[in-house]
Design a protein around this ligand. Structure first.
Ligand code: IMP
Ligand code: MG
Length: 192
């Protein structure tokens, strides 16, 4: 799909909807192989992974010989004192509903930037004694990393830029774009 250019704040399209869909399918295949015949809990991180979790779970349903059953749940975290990009102080806004203990859990996140959000979630969920715990990120911004969090499944690399679309927002806008774009012009320092 060609990215519309009506919004002046939107920069170049980094990944089209088609490229994202192909990546989600590839990641679903990897997960299906790893959890073949086993139950799996996909835990999407709101709000950014709203669409990714939905698409990943449906891509898994199209693959034969994958997990024996798939449960989809969500957890909502935020970083306080920041409008969008993580400030480093993560808080739990809404807990997941399905108990994690004894389950194979895959945390489904939109993007790994400094890594603190995933580290927070990993520590939180590890305490609940899952049978196994892995992370799955659609976008990876390695230039922003502050903690060395282990990424189990990784989709697409993104440059050191602020990106929006496919769940990623800037001040709650642009999440519903079906593609990933850079935000333009760069926001003033300290605004993320
Ligand atoms: P981390 O804790 O820095 O790894 O950041 C994770 C969270 O920061 C993501 O779930 C996003 O909500 C947000 N984030 C990081 N980079 C971007 C970006 O380029 N655009 C939009 N949100 C971002
Ligand atoms: Mg966000």
């Amino acid at each position: 799909m060609k990215a519309p250019t009506a919004d002046a704040a939107l920069g170049p399209c980094l990944y089209t909807a088609e490229r994202i869909a192909a990546t989600v399918t590839r990641m679903a295949e990897d997960i299906a192989t790893a959890y073949a015949g086993q139950p799996l809990l996909l835990l999407g991180v709101l709000k950014g992974a709203l669409y990714f979790t939905a698409d990943l779970s449906r891509a898994l349903a199209r693959i034969p010989d994958g997990p024996s059953e798939i449960i989809v749940d969500y957890i909502c975290v935020g970083s306080y004192g920041a409008s969008s990009r993580s400030s480093g102080k993560i808080e739990l806004i809404m807990d997941s509903a399905v108990p994690v203990e004894g389950r194979n859990v895959v945390i489904v996140e939109d993007i790994a930037d400094n890594g603190l959000t995933l580290e927070f979630l990993r520590a939180l969920l590890e305490r609940r004694r899952p049978a196994s715990l892995r992370t799955c990120v659609l976008f990876d911004k390695p230039s922003g990393r502050r903690v060395d969090v282990k990424l189990g499944y990784v989709g697409l690399p993104v440059p050191d830029a602020f990106v929006v679309g496919y769940g990623l927002d800037y001040q709650e806008l642009y999440r519903n774009l079906p593609y990933l774009a850079e935000l333009r012009p760069p926001s003033p320092a300290g605004n993320f």
